[in-house]
Each structure stands twice: as C-alpha cells, then as structure tokens.
Design a protein. Structure first.
Length: 262
C-alpha cells in the first residue's frame, strides 16, 4: 500500500472540502484553507519522494476561478514534474495541455459519462489522444438502494452531485481496465468527514482480481484506518489522505504517514 499525496484547488487556493457538498450555487463546506500555495506542496512532496499524487481542480471548467485553479496547479507541477496526476474538467480538448504542463496522467470521470451511461466514443477518443498509459479513471461512488432493496455503489459525476446508472463492481473494473492505467476511487459518502473509512467498499476493491493500481480516498482519520485499508485492500489498494493530515489541519502527522507507507 502506497501513500498518494493530494492537492485540492478551489478558487486558486489549496483547500480541503467535504466533497459531497460541492456545487456551483453554494460552493462547498470547507475543512481547511492553506496559507501556502500549491507550489509549496509540490516541493514538499518532491522532497519526501512521494510521487503519484493527485491534483484536483474543483471549480467549474470555463470559469475565471477554474483558470486560477489551473495556474496554481501549473506551479505545483513545475516544482514536481511527473509527480502528479491532474483532474477536474479534463476533455480531449485540453488533456494534452495538462500533460505538457508536467502531469503524468489526467484524471477523468464526467467527460466519459453522459446521461448516466459510459460514453465509449468519448473514452476511446481520449485514449487515442493521449494513450491509456496517461489516463486515470475516477470511479468515485456513493451507495444507493436498488429496486430489489439491496444496496450498491454507483459512480457519481459532476463533482459527485449526479448518480450514473453504472454500478461499481468487479465486472465494471474489468471492463474499463483496457482503457486506463489506474483507478482513483473516492468513497463520497465519507469523503472529507474524517469519520472512518468505507470498509464495505474497501473489501470490494481488495477482492478484485485485476492488476491495475487503485487509489482509495475517503474518511481516513487515523493510523488504525490505514491498517484497515491495508488489510481489507489486501495490500493492493493505495491511499490518499486529505483533511486528516497535519499539513491540512488534521491530527495525522504527515511525516509519519509517509514513513508508514514506506
């Protein structure tokens, strides 16, 4: 299990938010706003040798605030070329630009889902544009009741506000694995809440027989949670931590987290 660092950027600032609350109209519930710019965190992660981090642009694509997010992200990637993946508003029109700025991969959800379904035309166009080796699919999900009364995890889009009809399952992971290099999966129901990890989701991910790397995010609040991720993910599931880290105002010492994963 590897630790994957993160930089979440909103209005050009490094923030930690409660992910499921983000909307265009009301903004988001904010846990922490850093006094440091994104470049600071780029240097920090490079110095600590923790590659494979995620930069997430939280504003709506095309807005003035989104352009501020891009500017901040570029500063972080300049400090750590190849050390970050970037997501938020990625399409075939701009994916190459993010790679040129220094990202190792782009992260995509909403662009490849339309009307609740996987748009394979868009997915294949994106793969043709940048290659599957540069694509991470974000399959962040929320639990929802099925018509038979059972519950499943369904992929959510548009900054986690809209459900798709695609259930996160082993068959879904198998089906999409030929299009991407990694998966990023936020447990949206616990994301940003520091209330403990989603154990049922972690079991599902740990039992998958595929070989693509998976990074889990959501609810981590202690080193006991790290132990659970390692156990339930069977050592195959990586972790990214936001609000619980000391560098984002939390109780988990950043250097201890880095050393734990190493």
């Amino acid at each position: 299990m590897r630790f994957r660092p993160c930089i979440d950027i909103h209005d050009g600032k490094v923030k930690q938010i409660v992910g499921g609350t983000l909307s265009d109209e009301q903004g988001a519930d904010t846990n922490y706003v850093s006094e440091y710019g994104a470049d600071y965190f780029g240097r920090l992660y490079r110095t600590c040798n923790v590659p494979g981090g995620h930069i997430i642009l939280l504003n709506k694509a095309g807005t003035k605030e989104y352009m501020e997010d891009i500017r901040a992200a570029a500063e972080a990637m300049k400090e750590y070329p190849g050390g970050f993946m970037i997501g938020g508003g990625v399409t075939t029109d701009n994916a190459q630009e993010y790679l040129k700025l220094g990202a190792s991969h782009v992260i995509v959800t909403s662009y490849v889902f339309r009307d609740g379904l996987i748009d394979y035309d868009r997915l294949e166009e994106l793969v043709n544009e940048i290659g599957k080796e540069h694509l991470v699919l974000d399959l962040s999900c929320r639990k929802r009741q099925n018509s038979d009364g059972s519950y499943g995890y369904y992929i959510v889009t548009d900054r986690w506000q809209n459900y798709t009809d695609t259930e996160l399952s082993h068959s879904t992971l198998d089906m999409l694995s030929k299009y991407c290099d990694e998966y990023l999966i936020h447990a949206v129901d616990v994301e940003g809440k520091r209330c403990g990890v989603d154990q049922e989701l972690l079991k599902l991910l740990g039992q998958w027989s595929g070989t693509l790397p998976i990074t889990y995010a959501g609810g981590v609040s202690s080193f006991e949670d790290m132990d659970l991720i390692s156990e339930l993910g069977q050592g195959k599931v990586d972790v990214t931590i936001g609000s619980a880290l000391s560098i984002f105002g939390g109780d988990m010492d950043f250097n201890e987290v880095v050393n734990y994963s190493k």
